[in-house]
Design a protein around this ligand. Structure first.
Ligand code: URA
Length: 190
């Protein structure tokens, strides 16, 4: 089966998931979107209202900002990136996902990472960064740093929603994305 077919099957299976309480409030569970054989996976927090309605990650205001910022460094979910989230169902009122929800949902993220097998993971925001980068992650201190995890390069940066709330962070996130794009280019990853 091709990666695309497996992702389609996973998306269907995910709609049956009852591993945590978030399933009760969802319209659709959101697996992810983008290029199935990309070298880069971007991991956000969880679906918001728009994502829950449309079944796709990062389609609301913060997603549009993320797309624009990625485009500026030559990255795009239509070309060379796959985007997913730590939890696949919308937390009520967009609250932070709880540790037990994150733990219950981890199997889906692990399956996605095993299937796509990216060289690079970019965590956007604290929730993804505490799971995949550093449990004590502090964004203002550690954004743009990189480390190795299971043979992959991991970087963590701001969540685009934080940029919308506080535009003074935008330049720092842009610099992180430029650094990431440069590392990717040096490595001939795309
Ligand atoms: N915020 C996220 O973290 N993920 C989405 O998919 C949308 C908004």
């Amino acid at each position: 089966m091709s990666r695309t077919a497996i992702l389609r099957q996973m998306q269907a299976d995910l709609q049956q998931c009852r591993r945590c309480g978030l399933c009760q409030g969802r319209t659709q569970a959101v697996l992810g979107a983008g290029v199935p054989n990309s070298r880069i996976v971007i991991v956000g927090e969880g679906p918001g209202r728009n994502e829950d309605e449309q079944g796709k990650p990062f389609v609301g205001r913060s997603g549009q900002l993320l797309d624009r910022m990625l485009e500026e460094v030559g990255l795009s979910r239509n070309k060379n990136v796959f985007i997913t989230n730590i939890v696949k169902c919308r937390p009520p009122e967009n609250r932070d996902p709880q540790p037990e929800e994150i733990a219950a949902c981890r199997v889906w993220l692990d399956q996605i990472l095993a299937l796509i097998d990216p060289k690079v993971i970019l965590c956007v925001g604290r929730i993804a960064a505490t799971q995949l980068f550093d449990p004590h992650f502090r964004v203002t201190r550690q954004h743009g740093e990189t480390r190795q995890l299971d043979g992959r390069l991991v970087m963590a940066t701001f969540h685009p929603a934080a940029i919308l709330r506080n535009p003074s962070y935008k330049e720092m996130m842009e610099a992180d994305l430029r650094k990431l794009a440069q590392l990717i280019e040096e490595d001939g990853m795309l």
